[in-house]
Structure formats: structure tokens, C-alpha cells
Design a protein around this ligand. Sequence first.
Ligand code: ATR
Length: 278
Amino acid sequence: MTTDLYCVMGHPVSHSRSPWIHARFAELTGQHLHYEKREIPLTHFDASVQAFIREGGLGCNITVPFKFEAAKIATHTSERGLLAQASNILTFRDGQILGDNTDGIGLVIDIERNAGLPLRGLRLLLIGAGGAAAGVLGPMLQAGPAHISVANRTLHKATELVARHLPLATQQKTELVAHTLHGLGDPFDVVINATATSLSGAAVPVAARVLKPGALAYDMMYGPGAQGFMDWARAHGAVPRDGLGMLVEQAAEAFLIWRGVRPPSAQVLAELHKVIQG
Ligand code: ATR
């Protein structure tokens, strides 16, 4: 019997928890598959995907810095993938490359189900307008909040991201505005850091007055990188949360697409917390 083959492609990828997460999903749902890490040379993404397909690979998760290239080589792309202009998952089926993006739904599920905070009717702040922010704005709108401000150091990037999502915002009756990082107006129920500040160790790029008392302050990073943002949030009366749950939930959505089964993601998230804390 051949084993179904999947992988995560990135550069670097040695730190990736995806093989552990997918192996655990497979174990808990009785699925037989092999999932590995592949560190891809920066200029060889397309060729590496084609080689993986020739080996019989059925799908891969895509991480930094290949999500944009992944969206470009897909022969078919989901609606949320088109809005994100980036793919974190490719599925290989009948000679086609199907692109999708499960980052945003992973974030929303982590906030709504794992953190227990339904987003409908709330006031949200998304900080950043790069690839990470683009990956989540569509599903955030789908959750039906009353308002989303997208704030970015470089205003025109926020303006472009907002413009692309305006039809969905109108459909959802969500007020959606682009902003600089300053003078953000009334405080927010949920503040999501999708900038590279945690990665680079830079300071939190907005003033603490953006936080309503008890607001959820979410950093899409996890591990030591997210600590500065989490400490800032706690010090200003907010409830901090890092992106580990988003990581597990985006993987669960990928697993569902590939295997047709939703794995017990909350259980796996609890286990992963323990593994990381040692
Ligand atoms: P990613 O794919 O991780 O989102 P990216 O597309 O390079 O990476 O986007 C990085 C984001 O972090 C951008 O929103 C960037 O702001 P600019 O568009 O103005 O560059 C933001 N960012 C990075 N460093 C920052 C800093 N020190 N302060 C504020 N924002 C920062």
C-alpha cells in the first residue's frame, strides 16, 4: 500500500510545527499519510512543486516566503485565495494545482471557537497590510463584524487592501476603512497584529489607547517573537493571545480539504502548547 504524501514548503522551514500537527491529526482521525518538511531554495519554488507532484505528492502547505508564488502557479484558486492573492495550501488533483488560503479562517476559528469570542458586531483593528494581513481580511469580514480598520505604516498599501475587499464589506454590512498607525479613533474590541514587528523585535506600532479594557489583543506570530506584543497587551488591560491556535486551525482546514475529515483541532492545540512548554 502506498502512503499519501504531503509536505510543507518554505525557506526556512526547520522550525515548522506542521509535520507534528498533521501527523497528530492523521493519528486521531485514523488517516494514513506521510507529511514532511521541504526547505526550498529561494529560486526553485516552481520546480520543487513540479518535482513533488511527479513523486506523487497530493498537497502541500506553503509558508514564508512562497505564498505569493504559490498563488501564481495555481491553475485554479478559491475565492478567498483570490482575495488574499496568496496561497498557504496547494492541492494536486487530476493534473491541476488548486490554490487556497486557510490562514484567515484559521484565525477566525481560533478567536471564535478557541478563545470564545464571536466577532459579529464587534469593532476590529488589523495592523499591517502585507501578505499576512491580506491572508486574513476576507474571512474576518465573513465573520460579520460592525467595523474593521486596517492600519499600516505605509498608508497606500492599506488603501489597496481595503479597496480590494470593499465589495465583500458592503455585502457583509461591515464598515471597512484604511488608516495610518496614528489617530485611530475609538478603541477596538479586537486588535490583531499582522505586521512583521514581532519577527524583527520592533516595538508595537500603535498606541495602547487602541485597546478597549478587556480587548482581545492577538499576535499572528507565536513563540518568543510574540512575547513583546503579549506583554504590551497584558500591561494595558487587554487579553493577549498568540498565533499558535491560528497555526493549528489553518492546518485543520487544510487537512479537511485534503482528507474530507475535520480533525479535533482544539485537542491538538492543547497538546501542542504542552509540547512547546516542554
Ligand atoms: P508579511 O508577509 O509577513 O505580512 P510583508 O508583506 O513584508 O510581510 O508585510 C510586513 C508588514 O509589516 C507591513 O504591513 C509592514 O508595513 P509597511 O507596509 O509600511 O512596510 C509592517 N511592518 C514591518 N515593520 C514594521 C515596523 N517597524 N513598524 C510598523 N509596521 C511594520
